[in-house]
Design a protein around this ligand. Structure first.
Ligand code: FUB
Length: 457
């Protein structure tokens, strides 16, 4: 898998050199470059966006998905890789298909609703995992499905009165009223009538008269209930309906994102964060990308005055930064705006580290507030070879060299040491590039980094 990723990263680097305008190398969408991601489900908690995704395996020719992943950001441009705190193996009763889910917080606990195919029925069911933190670890809350009717794609919404609703479905659209424990429900499974007034008109498929296909994302904003969903098949587009209440009646409101982006599915997630609204989706934009090798991307948007959602288009630029990043606080190496050639893995020191680094691989960290200027750079590193280094640059991966830290042979890829070197010229707010150099083969791993000597403002 790593080798495949490296090949695509190398191709991306070459293409990026020649075609700077169209290459994703210069862009910030998709937001993760070192693995394929799909089915975004963002959650805002304590000043960060936690993004729950699926993981399309490299080279997939079907929705071959075995685990879910978590990412987070405080600025919408630099995303921290939190690894995979939930997988098929977390559910003893699950057989396959770690497909589209959503996590929500209630009373300090995090509940992640996911569809999986069960061992006993061979049909999809919806499980719920629980954790004390948004990044897990998550555990199966029930040891059995929460709800089962052979359909997929749960979305969860907690109304202002505290009543939580779990919606899901393809080809139908169903919901249950969750109890306050978030792991049981009352009143049975309800079916939302799929009327053309509510969900638009599909032509050419007598079995599916409305546009509703799958992937509902239900939320409430300014008293209006929204259901943003994948429409028509295939290829899908993103459409939405609104309602004065959580269970309808729904009114079809039109297209949010037209079919585009080299993936025949799309999947929406919407949040408000730091005063702006954001639309998450997926496409096939990475090298090797397509319908089964998808990538999550995000756009910033503004609701119209009447609460309607404007038509949105996929971009490679993504949103502007919603905040600066403080280089004088310890930052995880796996906090990345754009990575070229790198991978991540679980670190012996906790969390993740960046690894499988070859000569020339690099990491962009965007909108870094150096303020009055940094004087030293410190990195937590490990290596089995001597003589590789971390180059601290600004402007581009080969931009102005601010400093260089040499990395010793520490005796193991998880044998960590701290290196420090002087840096100069890093003032104001700018994009930081960490470029790795050395000989052939893997050079070093990095767990975290931090600058000193200055202050952000
Ligand atoms: O990722 C597998 C399936 O593809 C999801 O469950 C659907 O929403 C579609 O995105």
């Amino acid at each position: 898998m790593v080798k495949t990723r490296r090949l695509w990263a190398s191709i991306a680097l070459v293409v990026g050199t020649v075609l700077t305008v169209v290459s994703p190398v210069k862009a910030d969408n998709p937001i993760v470059q070192h693995i394929y991601t799909a089915d975004p489900a963002p959650l805002v908690h304590n000043g960060r966006v936690y993004l729950y995704t699926g993981h399309d395996e490299d080279g997939s020719t079907w929705f071959t998905m075995k685990e879910w992943r978590v990412w987070s950001s405080a600025d919408m441009v630099n995303w921290t890789d939190h690894g995979s705190p939930l997988s098929l193996a977390s559910f003893s009763w699950a057989k396959q298909d770690a497909w589209a889910g959503q996590a929500v917080e209630r009373n300090g606990k995090f509940y992640w609703y996911v569809p999986v195919v069960t061992k006993t029925t061979g049909r999809p069911a919806i499980g719920v995992a629980v954790a004390d933190s948004p990044t897990g670890p998550f555990r199966d809350a029930l040891g059995r499905p929460l709800v089962e009717n052979g359909e997929i794609d749960p979305t969860v919404m907690i109304d202002d009165d505290g009543q939580a609703y779990l919606y899901w479905g393809n080809p139908n659209l169903s919901y249950v009223r969750l109890n306050a424990d978030m792991t049981s429900y009352s009143g049975g499974i309800n079916r939302i009538p799929l009327t053309t007034a509510g969900f638009g008109t599909r032509t050419g498929d007598p079995n599916r008269p409305t546009l509703y296909e799958e992937g509902p994302w239900v939320y409430k904003r300014n008293g209006l209930y929204y259901n943003v969903f994948a429409a028509k098949c295939c290829s899908e587009f993103i459409a939405y309906s609104t309602s004065p209440g959580p269970t309808g009646p729904w009114t079809y409101r039109g297209t949010v994102m037209a079919t585009q982006g080299s993936s025949f599915t799309n999947h929406a997630g919407i949040i408000d964060f730091k005063g702006s609204s954001y639309f998450f989706y997926h496409n096939g934009a990475l090298p090797g990308g397509g319908g089964f090798t998808r990538s999550v991307a995000v756009e910033k948007f503004s609701y119209n005055a009447d609460g309607s959602i404007p038509p949105l288009t996929m971009t490679t630029a993504g949103p502007p930064a919603a905040d600066t990043l403080n280089p004088y606080a310890r930052q995880e190496a796996e906090t990345i705006a754009w990575g070229n050639g790198i991978e991540t893995e679980a670190s012996s020191e906790g969390g993740m580290n960046v690894g499988y680094i070859n000569n020339g691989d690099n990491i962009k960290v965007k909108n870094v507030a150096f303020g009055n200027g940094a004087s030293t750079f410190t990195a937590r590193v490990a290596s089995t070879v001597a003589g590789s280094s971390v180059e601290v640059r600004s402007g581009s991966p080969t931009g102005t060299l601010a400093g260089r830290c040499t990395v010793p042979n520490t005796g193991g890829w998880q044998a960590w040491t701290t290196v420090t070197c002087p840096v100069s010229g890093l003032t104001g707010t700018r994009d930081l590039y960490l470029r790795f150099s050395g000989g052939n083969g893997y050079l070093l791993n990095m767990n975290w980094w931090q600058f000193s000597g200055g202050s952000p403002s």
